[in-house]
Design a protein around this ligand. Structure first.
Ligand SMILES: NC(=O)c1ccc[n+]([C@@H]2O[C@H](COP(=O)([O-])OP(=O)(O)OC[C@H]3O[C@@H](n4cnc5c(N)ncnc54)[C@H](O)[C@@H]3O)[C@@H](O)[C@H]2O)c1
Ligand SMILES: N[C@@H](CC=O)C(=O)O
Length: 479
């Protein structure tokens, strides 16, 4: 029997609210409508800030232990609903069910980590230069936080922001991506049942992102904006934040180099590059985008890489044999196809991928191209799809220059068996995250974020908590 589309309300001041105007959520694998959610407007955006501002007055005064307890309850409810959260994510976003479950666990690891970390928001005392004074440093929550998230990680990009914000004592207004609001609202249902007070968490779904987010950018009660998404939208928000001098964290696009040196273990490098390149059909900010292989191992690497790619199965993510689901929409498919055509026109060699027999859905087969040069589009702009361009290099100085020669600086990878090279590359790559013989470096306890135009600030770890805290210097004179 065909499932009925889910109908959900947006989450405002502790209630799920229906609106007359709703928009449809489409399954990118089948084009079916899988849900309807409210099309929030400036009105709901303002009501959300009113609620979050009011709730901040009491939430910010709770003890770290009280906040930790609620975060732990949220964690447990998310865990209990792992299956429904994952299947909802697969039908609205497309990623294979096993990957969706992995994302829910990854998302929940932030809730767990920050539940524990809430209790470790330590201040400091600093030796004063006169007998009569004491210098005390206190940390306090910044206030109402606006969190704007993308569709590629519909759960983890929310919890990576919201869990530390709540742990710090902030309240939040969230705008999930229009493609993936259902997962966000299920997370809100878990939070509601966990017992967070009304107004502490608000989720405004909308098909008009600028209308909602502009209200938050203009409102001086919103003290911080934390955004994950494309670099152009991130820059726009940074400009808008200037008027009220909001704190800003930006997790933006990448163009990750994946360097395989002459002494690398080729089988391990292939495993790592497949993991990094094709996770979420190539739609992750830290995906290998430019693969640089030392010229002396080009042939054995390409052969092993191509063989591995031919084993990948493309299809509907609900089918458990599937490794690669659909892309998010038609524009995503067009962008990757355009990069592929541009590369082949400029001389790249195509190594055909596995066959894909889907009559509907935004599917693309994974392909490898070799003889790639830096003037090709796939080496200059984020691909966000299953196209793997392989270029060769001859010495380390040359490849580091090519790897760093971009405005992006999110993640980079190096596969090598030489300790000296591992250290040299990790010190010279201008990237916020460097995976050495590791194609999957993201974890809750480590700082995630980019340099240059890939972003500002860090998420995850104790650094990610600092983003939601003000530092107050109290100068105490004993008179
Ligand atoms: N660095 C990271 O941690 C990280 C993680 C995931 C994704 N990303 C990046 O995100 C991008 C893919 O996500 P996307 O396509 O959803 O990005 P996007 O910038 O189009 O959208 C991200 C969010 O911004 C909202 N938005 C869009 N236009 C807006 C506007 N004018 N004003 C206010 N909000 C607006 C969207 O509705 C969505 O919620 C890629 O570039 C990827 O690298 C980065
Ligand atoms: N893939 C990232 C998120 C960006 O897309 C992660 O590992 O957290």
């Amino acid at each position: 029997m065909k499932e009925q589309p889910l109908t959900k309300g947006l989450y405002l001041n502790g209630e799920f609210v229906q609106l007359d105007d709703n928009f449809a959520v489409q399954n990118p694998a089948t084009f079916e409508t899988v849900g309807y959610v409210p099309n929030g407007t400036a009105k709901e955006a303002k009501l959300a800030v009113d609620a979050a501002h009011e709730a901040f007055k009491t939430w910010s005064k709770t003890t770290a232990y009280e906040r930790a307890e609620l975060l732990e309850k949220w964690y447990k409810l998310i865990n209990d609903r792992l299956e429904v959260l994952a299947s909802t994510m697969t039908i609205e976003q497309g990623k294979p069910l096993a990957e969706a479950k992995g994302e829910i666990q990854y998302a929940n690891s932030f809730v767990k980590w920050f539940a524990e970390e809430a209790k470790r928001i330590y201040g400091e005392t600093i030796p004063a230069s006169v007998h009569s004074k004491r210098i005390i440093v206190q940390k306090q929550p910044v206030g109402v936080v606006a969190a704007i998230t993308p569709w590629n990680f519909p759960a983890a990009m929310i919890t990576r922001k919201v869990a530390p914000a709540l742990a710090a004592g902030c309240t939040v207004v969230i705008k999930p991506a229009e493609q993936t609001p259902l997962t966000a609202l299920l997370l809100a249902e878990c939070a509601h049942e966990a017992g967070f007070p009304a107004g502490v968490i608000n989720v405004i779904t909308t098909e008009k992102p600028a209308e909602v987010v502009d209200v938050w950018m203009e409102d001086s009660r919103v003290k911080k904006v934390t955004f994950t998404g494309s670099t152009p939208v991130g820059k726009l928000l940074m400009r808008k934040a200037a008027d009220t001098v909001k704190k800003v964290s930006l997790e933006l696009g990448g163009l990750a180099p994946f360097i395989i040196t002459e002494d690398a273990n080729i089988q391990e490098a292939v495993k790592g590059v497949v993991q990094s390149k094709f996770r979420n059909a190539g739609q992750t900010c830290v995906c290998a985008n430019r693969i640089y292989v030392h010229e002396s191992i080009k042939e054995p690497f390409l052969k092993a890489f191509h063989e591995a790619v031919l084993t990948l199965q493309v299809g509907n993510g609900l089918d458990e044999k599937v490794d690669i689901g659909p892309l998010i929409d038609e524009n995503a498919v067009k962008k990757v196809q355009h990069q592929l055509e541009d590369a082949v026109e400029k001389g790249a060699k195509l190594h055909e991928g596995p066959s894909v027999n889907m009559d509907k859905g935004y599917f693309m087969k994974p392909v490898v191209i070799s003889d790639v040069t830096d003037d090709m589009l796939c080496m200059q702009e984020e691909t966000f799809g299953p196209l793997a361009p392989v270029s060769t290099y001859s010495d380390d100085e040359e490849v580091i220059q090519r790897a760093n020669g971009t405005p992006f600086g999110l993640a980079a990878y190096v596969y090598t068996q030489s300790l000296k090279k591992a250290v040299w590359f990790s010190e010279n790559l201008e990237y916020g995250i460097v995976g050495i013989n590791d194609g999957l470096p993201s974890v809750a306890q480590a700082p995630f974020g980019g340099m240059k135009e890939s972003g500002l600030g860090r998420e995850g770890s104790h650094y990610g908590l600092d983003e939601f805290l003000e530092i107050k210097f109290v100068s105490l004179q004993l008179i």
